[in-house]
Write a protein that binds this ligand. Structure first.
Ligand code: APR
Ligand code: PHB
Length: 387
């Protein structure tokens, strides 16, 4: 077959790019290695920046979001048994929207189905070829060849696109902790999200709907979900999130999984006719809620650049990698900063150094919650840098 843009991966990045191209009349196909059920079943991030909400709404993809998204005016930072509210509307005049990546993927896919887009699942062995010529193509195990003008690697961290770039480098670091995340069938015990530093480790209270809570605990990277029976999870959440006069209501846990923490940025997002977007090009630890928003930011820029390219103007596309990476590095430092401020660094071998580290994190939190300038800096970045 022949198409204009061959997209590898049907995560939020690939599916959203398809909608941008479709709207501009640019032809595309999306090839995904997993099944539709698997893609729809993945529970991931849950906070949209205002810029992400605007992108979806402007594309006519905001109906489900408007119906089910929960608008939040700020977050709580908690430490030393006290909870401090940061009011984003007051600080920077912006809000964020709690809306699960799972719901977004379901909606993007349903719209593709309705519009008759060519989105194919369970396509194994996808490989890009001739990306440094003006006639690139993909092959896959089904024996088909897809000729195209542009290949987009929206195939996540473990995809095949990034390794196809000669000499691409990974700038990366890992963290000596992971997140145990649960979904629970219980009304959230909080209005805004709570991020808490406790001597036992980080904990966080998020949500998916008025009936479903999403909660996280810092755990050691080697641990498995089996190490955490439900009672142990609730006990740890009660300890780490508890403050006098507030009750965390428990409920049935319907999903439990461990997420590793990693920061990673590829040295480039382009080679010839191949462009990377989303997790294929960069990963953040989840503390700042930036993974999904970064994918949307990339795709908004790449989509615009590709539409201009097919209209005969290559200037934006030539700048895509540099512009997307410049934004991404600001997001990276914010995510790393939030992560290191809020997690217990048990890996520090020396007890005095460990105590120093913890106490200085409290100082950082006291400064952040006590200074309007610091609050505004956090709010500006959390609510989202311009696209
Ligand atoms: N061939 C086809 N599809 C592939 C291949 C391959 N070789 N390798 C990976 N994929 C698919 C994956 O199965 C997945 O469905 O690419 C998709 C990539 O989707 P995501 O991992 O969701 O990445 P992205 O669309 O960039 O979205 C980023 O996802 O991980 C979260 O926090 C992250 O919220 C952020 C978002
Ligand atoms: C989530 O709801 O899954 C979530 C929210 C905020 C984060 C990370 C995850 O920082």
């Amino acid at each position: 077959m022949r198409t204009q843009v061959a997209i590898i991966g049907a995560g939020p990045a690939g599916l959203l790019l398809g909608h941008i191209l479709r709207r501009a009349g640019v032809g595309f196909v999306i090839l995904e290695q997993k099944s539709r059920e698997y893609v729809l079943g993945r529970v991931r991030a849950g906070v949209l920046e205002q810029g992400s909400v605007d992108v979806l709404r402007d594309l006519g993809l905001g109906a489900d979001l408007a119906a089910r998204g929960l608008t939040h005016h700020g977050i709580y930072l908690q430490y030393e048994g006290e909870r401090h509210h940061l009011d984003f509307v007051d600080l920077v005049g912006r809000t964020v929207t709690v809306y699960g990546q799972q719901a977004l993927v379901r909606h993007l896919l349903a719209e593709h189905d309705r519009l008759g887009s060519d989105v194919r699942f369970e396509v194994e062995g996808v490989a890009p070829h001739a990306i440094d010529t003006d006639a690139p193509y993909l092959t896959h195990s089904g024996g088909e060849r897809v000729d195209c003008d542009i290949v987009v690697g929206a195939d996540g961290y473990h995809g095949v696109s990034r390794p196809a770039i000669p000499g691409v480098q990974a700038l990366e670091r890992s963290y000596p902790y992971a997140w145990l995340g649960i979904l629970a069938d219980v009304a959230p015990s909080t209005d805004d999200l709570i991020y808490a530093l406790h001597p036992d480790g980080f904990a966080m209270h998020s949500m998916r709907s008025p009936e479903v809570s999403r909660l996280y605990l810092q755990v050691d990277p080697g641990e498995s979900a089996d190490d955490w029976p439900d009672e142990r999870i609730w006990e740890a959440l009660q300890t780490r999130l508890g403050i006098p006069g507030w009750t965390l209501t428990e409920g049935t846990i319907s999903e439990k999984s461990i997420t590793p923490m990693r920061s990673f940025v590829a040295s480039t997002l382009e080679h010839g006719r191949l462009f990377l977007a989303g997790d294929a090009g960069h990963i953040v630890p989840p503390t700042g809620a930036k993974g999904l928003n970064s994918a949307i930011a990339d795709v908004a820029l790449l989509g615009r650049s590709l539409v201009a390219h097919f209209a005969g103007d290559d200037a934006l596309l030539k700048r895509y990698s540099g512009a997307a990476l410049a934004r991404q590095w600001k997001v990276q430092q914010f995510s790393q900063w939030m992560t290191e401020m809020l997690h217990v660094h048990r890996e520090v071998p020396d007890e005095a150094a460990r105590a120093f580290r913890y106490r200085s994190q409290l100082g950082q939190l006291e400064y952040t919650t006590g200074s309007r300038h610091a609050q505004a800096a956090l709010a500006e970045q959390y609510a989202g840098l311009p696209f």
